[in-house]
Design a protein around this ligand. Structure first.
Ligand SMILES: *[C@@H]1O[C@H](CO)[C@@H](O)[C@H](O)[C@H]1NC(C)=O
Ligand SMILES: *[C@@H]1O[C@H](CO)[C@@H](O)[C@H](O)[C@H]1NC(C)=O
Ligand SMILES: *[C@@H]1O[C@H](CO)[C@@H](O)[C@H](O)[C@H]1NC(C)=O
Ligand SMILES: *[C@@H]1O[C@H](CO)[C@@H](O)[C@H](O)[C@H]1NC(C)=O
Ligand SMILES: *[C@@H]1O[C@H](CO)[C@@H](O)[C@H](O)[C@H]1NC(C)=O
Length: 408
């Protein structure tokens, strides 16, 4: 929070300095040409009026921007005569909100134009869009403290679903093995929500408890683990990171159906220096994308929810970033409304920080050509491939660790 405050303070200072220069220039000019030129004072507002967006997410972002705008906030307190500097235009007035943000927000039923005709997943998303905290039911409070050699160098955070026991076990036995790897401390956690009865999932809670009693690497929150709630998982993980693992130098966050060449990643990270260590965010970057308007597609987003382009974002299959940036993402995400697609959301948060993800060709979230898939040497140079079965993960990891493997 302190960092953000500094940033805001800086913004305010910058505005003041600009104003001062403006006044100086005006005065200076007036002094030289006394009597010739008149000082022109704009008689009406010279900035464009903030118009309400028709799209719900955009409107929520406008509201947050306005709420956290330091210039408007300060002009509010000592500016009474200019009634056009209204702190909150009527259309942004949010007073009807239930103070408990995790109660369903039924106002969306009227605030979103076509609410009633939207598919159920959108209704669920919209009703709970303001809720960002769910109980952590399985925690690993000491996982980043109990390492043999101090703070983790690399934290692997794997998005998983309760029934994916075999994927998690394959990851533990291959690319996600915790401990010391290539002389660096690696910690692995699996991020889980609840596979609920609402979605007709069998009750696996006892198996999950057994798994965690033996492996101690599960984080589980009590929310419905659905595709549109992956952003919830992201912000909950950010919260967890800042309290339980703030010292991690780098974080890999990805899916449980990817193969990650952890050795290659460690080598890459060891070679970094300077500001890249601090600001690193690499992955398979998608640029110039926008919301998909095809109703049949998983990524469909209606215009009543969002309009505009997506910022550059790293595909959610897996990306790598610095612990320093993790702290910044956690802070800035409070100023970005939840968006139903988690990797786009992270891109939005990066953009809000004035940053963007960096593309690295070692991240193959759209897989590699068929003919290379069984070539061990190809994997040597890659960081991530999507997607691989548990058996393939173990096979590829064995290839990479075979001392007899010789590649050109
Ligand atoms: C918002 O609207 C309510 C009534 O709908 C009104 O009482 C309140 O003063 C308004 N707040 C602002 C900041 O305009
Ligand atoms: C292992 O890492 C430590 C620092 O974490 C370093 O001091 C040491 O030299 C490294 N050892 C080898 C063999 O690279
Ligand atoms: C999550 O699972 C537990 C145990 O199965 C259940 O008691 C709880 O109601 C579930 N939470 C949700 C949000 O469905
Ligand atoms: C997200 O999780 C909450 C809490 O379990 C649930 O009420 C909501 O319906 C879920 N949203 C989606 C889109 O599944
Ligand atoms: C490596 O090659 C040697 C000689 O061909 C063989 O004895 C050994 O078992 C091989 N090691 C592995 C890990 O395959």
């Amino acid at each position: 929070m302190a960092g953000l405050k500094r940033k805001l303070k800086f913004l305010v200072t910058l505005t003041m300095v600009n104003l001062l220069i403006f006044i100086l220039v005006f005065h200076g000019g007036g002094g030289q040409d006394k009597g010739h030129k008149k000082v022109l004072v704009p008689s009406t507002r010279f900035w464009s009026k903030l118009a309400p967006s028709q799209s719900y997410w955009n409107r929520q972002q406008q509201r947050l921007d306005l709420q956290h705008n330091p210039i408007l906030a300060s002009s509010n307190s000592n500016n009474t005569s200019h009634d056009y500097v209204r702190p909150v235009p009527d259309w942004l007035n949010d007073t009807g909100l239930n103070p408990d943000r995790c109660q369903p927000d039924y106002r969306v039923t009227t605030h979103v134009k076509d609410y009633n005709s939207l598919p159920p997943r959108f209704k669920d998303f919209l009703l709970y869009m303001r809720c960002r905290s769910y109980p952590l039911v399985v925690d690993q409070p000491d996982i980043c403290r109990n390492t043999r050699r101090g703070k983790p160098f690399l934290l692997l955070a794997v998005k998983s679903l309760a029934p994916h026991f075999d994927r998690r076990q394959a990851i533990r036995q291959s690319w996600g093995q915790a401990g010391v790897l290539a002389n660096r401390t690696v910690v692995t956690v699996f991020l889980l929500g609840n596979t609920t009865a609402v979605d007709h999932h069998p009750d696996l809670s006892e198996m999950l408890r057994y798994e965690n009693d033996h492996k101690h690497d599960i984080l589980q929150w009590d929310f419905r683990d659905s595709f549109f709630n992956l952003t919830v998982k992201e912000v909950l993980f950010q919260d967890w990171m800042t309290t339980r693992c703030p010292g991690a130098q780098f974080i890999f966050k990805g899916d449980d159906d990817v193969f990650v060449n952890t050795l290659r990643i460690l080598k890459f990270l060891k070679g970094l220096s300077g500001p890249r260590v601090r600001d690193l965010f690499v992955g398979d970057v998608i640029t110039n994308a926008g919301p998909n308007r095809d109703k049949k597609v998983k990524y469909f987003i209606p215009e009543s929810l969002f309009v505009g382009k997506y910022p550059p974002y790293a595909g959610g299959g897996g990306y790598l970033y610095s612990g320093h940036l993790a702290g910044w993402l956690h802070r800035v995400s409070q100023h970005v409304p939840l968006y139903p697609i988690d990797d786009v959301y992270t891109g939005m948060c990066l953009r809000k920080l004035g940053l963007g993800p960096e593309k690295h060709k070692g991240f193959k979230t759209f897989d590699i050509e068929e003919k290379y898939r069984r070539n061990p040497c190809v994997y040597k140079g890659l960081m991530l491939v999507h997607r691989r079965t548990p058996q393939e993960m173990i096979q590829i990891w064995a290839w990479l660790n075979d001392p007899n493997l010789t590649c050109q």
